[in-house]
Ligand binder design. Structure first.
Ligand code: HEM
Ligand code: FPP
Length: 317
């Protein structure tokens, strides 16, 4: 039995044991939440919140809203670790995760995922608004169960469809502020949705053998390396087109346009280079790395563009 469950007969000893366990294993629990991914998601939610309210800073959405979204996303990530623990144990990239190594027991991880999810969703429901809570719940179910349990194992279109859950945070942030779904928020959703395939397939090319060895039908496994590279270029072109829409619809201005075109040009170069240099073995992971910089920078530019008048106001008098 784990230390966590050993001492629960005596409430005082039980509480100490829970605390001791949490302190000793905090790194494992932290890793279970996929903190890097969740951090970028919360940043996109923050941008959604700030674009929804160019006038006043929505403090409740920024604090409680983002904490609730982060906890729910962390819970979804922990469930993903639980569902995937057996295949994770058989792939080099994931064999060192807390469940395959035995750093955490499945019962402890399940309890952690449950507490995180319940805390995050309750916070959103009672302190932000019910619509944000329901949409976040939908994203949690979409990633943790529909993608992980079903789509990931069923079809090479897994991440295209499953990407909808990961693309939700800017909408969640927007709804946390306004209480309703705005077409501009859906544009932000669309950006992340079209970004996900080039983001992930670059890594999948690099890890093709590992996915094949555990029978996960990622696109490079089912349709080959070259077809995947063409698909990456196709989605990158689509993505660059979609990123022009905030300017075209008047949601964002010239600063955003210049940023989006510059970043898009670089991402298109990666798409082209992946096809032109099939023998360059380091290129797929460089493209994967750039995808993260790209999304972060694109959302930063959206924010800069919206808040430039506020930033410049004191300088211009
Ligand atoms: C179905 C959709 C997605 C899939 C299949 C996917 C897949 C992956 C994979 C396999 C990794 C490598 C993780 C590792 O080696 O530990 C990764 C890393 C990452 N992903 Fe995604 N991703 C998706 C959506 C997203 C979204 C929506 C975001 C953010 C908005 C995101 C942000 C990141 C970041 C920041 C990392 C680097 C994490 C780190 O190094 O700690 N991903 N992704
Ligand atoms: C509530 C809310 C906003 C939910 C979003 C949930 C979330 C954390 C989505 C992350 C997307 C992601 C990293 C997918 C990779 O899973 P994978 O199993 O293909 O990758 P892996 O092999 O690295 O685990």
């Amino acid at each position: 039995m784990s230390r966590y469950f050993d001492a629960t007969s005596n409430p005082a000893t039980g509480a100490t044991a829970v605390l001791q366990h949490a302190v000793q294993h905090w790194r494992d629990y932290y890793e279970l939440t996929k903190p890097g991914v969740v951090a970028l998601m919360v940043f996109t939610a923050l941008v959604g919140e700030l674009l929804a309210s160019p006038g006043a800073i929505p403090w409740t959405a920024l604090t409680v809203g983002n904490l609730g979204i982060a906890l729910a996303a962390g819970s979804a990530a922990a469930i993903n670790h639980l569902v995937d623990r057996r295949i994770d144990a058989r792939m080099k990239r994931t064999e060192g995760r807390p469940l395959p190594t035995g750093g955490l027991r499945t019962r402890d991880a399940s309890l952690f995922a449950g507490v995180l999810g319940l805390a995050g969703l309750s916070m959103l429901y009672f302190l932000v608004n019910p619509l944000t809570a329901w949409l976040t719940f939908g994203s949690l179910i979409g990633y943790a169960f529909i993608y992980t349990l079903f789509l990931k194992r069923a079809t090479p279109q897994n991440i295209v469809i499953g990407g909808a859950a990961g693309a939700a945070p800017p909408v969640l942030g927007w709804v946390a502020v306004t209480g309703s779904i705005d077409p501009h928020a859906l544009l932000l959703f669309l950006i992340i949705f079209t970004w996900t395939p080039p983001h992930f397939w670059a890594l999948a090319i690099h890890r093709r053998e590992e996915y094949a060895s555990v029978n996960i039908p990622m696109l490079p496994v089912t349709h080959g390396d070259r077809f995947t590279r063409w698909q990456i270029l196709f989605y990158t072109v689509l993505l660059v087109g979609v990123t022009l829409m905030p300017f075209a619809t008047g949601m964002s201005g010239w600063v955003y346009l210049v940023g989006a075109v510059g970043l898009g040009a670089r991402y298109l170069w990666f798409g082209y280079a992946l096809l032109a240099r099939p023998d360059d073995r380091s290129l797929p992971m460089k493209s994967f790395g750039f995808s993260i910089v790209y999304l972060m920078a694109l959302f930063a530019v959206l924010l800069l563009d919206a808040y430039l008048p506020v930033i410049l106001a004191p300088l211009l008098g």
